[in-house]
Structure formats: C-alpha cells, structure tokens
Design a protein. Structure first.
Length: 243
C-alpha cells in the first residue's frame, strides 16, 4: 500500500486540472454504483451504455472497474487491472458466494445484479437506503477540503480516494466485441486509502492542489466503506468531484 504523501500528491495532481471553482461536486448521493465490466465480454456493452445513462443522474455516483480475467480470449482490456478483478472477488467472498461474472453492478457495496438488466438495476437502486454518513467536498484556492461527518455508534470505516476518467471510446479489434467501438464512463484509474473514519468525531483532510495527474484522470470519488474480516463491506458515505 502506498504512503499517505503519495496519495496526497496524486489527489493534488488530479484536482489541479481546472480552476478551483470549475469542478462538479456530488454529495450525499442515494447510491454508489460499481460496474465490473470488460472490453472482452460481449454482454458488457449494454451494461456500459446503461452506466453512461445512470452517470447523468445527480443522485448517483458511478464507477467502472475493468477486470482482466477476460483478456485471454483475444482482446486485452485497455483499462483492465488485476486490482479491479480482486475487488470483485473480495465482494463475492464477503457475500459468501463463489460466482464471478461480468457485467456485474454492485450497489452501495451491499449487493450485486446483472449490470445489463435495466429492471434489476433500477430495482436495486430504488431499494437502496440513502448513504448515512455525510461527505462534503469543497474546492478553494489550491486546496481540496474533505470533511466526513461523525455518526456516534457507527462502525469504523476506511476512507478511500478513487480516481477515474469520465469518458473514453475504444475501438475493439479482437475478441467477442471485435469490430465495435464502445463508449465508457467513470473508468477507474486508481484506488488508495486516504485514512480512517472516526465515527465519534468524523474525519477531515486538506489536500493540496499541485499539478496534473498523469494518465488522463479528471475526477475523484471519496468512499467511506466498512471492512469485515478484511473484505469490503457496505459503503456508508461518498462524494465525488469532476473537473
């Protein structure tokens, strides 16, 4: 795991891409949607398109984790990462299951549905309880202020910073989607621990804005997520900034 100074530098580089007043901030969302997808899966483009539509909703935060376990069938996902596949496996373990599939949409870290099934996705979103821990972001000058509110009696949780690229189009020349150009959104580019959430007092971070982040990232999500036996639990708070 990388050190906090590296995390602060990464966040600073990400947020320096635009003036402090130019970012779109989403706070107190109804749900965080994590789509596990692959460019090598012929069932995934419909889910990718649905995520693009859902990303327009102001009460949702979307993230697309491109997995690497379909790379063997002829096309290496240009955004794929072993860490993304591991996160999906950890969710499945946490739920006491062994079934890994794409496209899978995880809602608030609590349950997963087929990401291309609009009825099931809509039902999962509608049935999700609004996140209970407030996360506030504020851009000002050369700093990003991250404030996570307290909730006495709550369970300790990890505060993550997840960087992403808001959109990309990929021409796929091999594999099950050969010949297609597929649009993507909210493409995860990195995920690191920012700190721990203290339920009694809340947590506060000031991240300095420095220079552009390499790799084309132009947004970040703050996630407050419980852990259970080292596996991801429910997401209890979130906010995002896109520049």
């Amino acid at each position: 795991m990388k050190s906090l100074p590296w995390i602060l530098a990464a966040a600073a580089a990400l947020l320096a891409a635009a003036p402090a007043t130019g970012g779109e901030i989403r706070q107190q969302p109804k749900a965080v949607l994590e789509l596990f997808t692959s460019q090598g899966c012929n069932s995934c483009p419909d889910a990718d398109a649905l995520l693009i539509s859902l990303s327009q909703r102001k009460d949702l935060i979307t993230l697309a984790y491109h997995v690497d376990y379909w790379d063997y069938i002829g096309w290496k996902d240009t955004f794929g990462a072993a860490a993304n596949s591991e996160r999906q496996r950890d969710y499945v373990k946490a739920w006491g299951s062994s079934r890994i599939f794409t496209p899978q949409l995880v809602v608030n870290g609590r349950s997963g549905v087929v990401g291309s099934n609009q009825k099931d996705v809509t039902g999962a979103i509608n049935g999700a309880a609004r996140l209970s821990v407030p996360v506030a972001l504020e851009l000002g000058g050369d700093m990003l202020e991250v404030s996570v509110g307290g909730k006495p009696g709550g369970r300790e949780a990890v505060i993550w910073i997840v960087t992403y690229t808001d959109k990309a189009a990929v021409q796929i020349s091999r594999g099950e989607n050969a010949g297609k150009t597929v649009d993507y959104t909210s493409i995860v580019t990195g995920k690191q621990v920012l700190g721990m959430w203290e339920p009694e007092n809340g947590s506060h971070f000031r991240l300095p804005l420095a220079e552009l982040m390499e790799g084309g990232s132009n947004g970040a999500v703050i996630l407050v997520q419980e852990e259970r036996d080292g596996l991801p639990g429910p997401i209890v708070g979130a906010a995002s900034v896109q520049l």
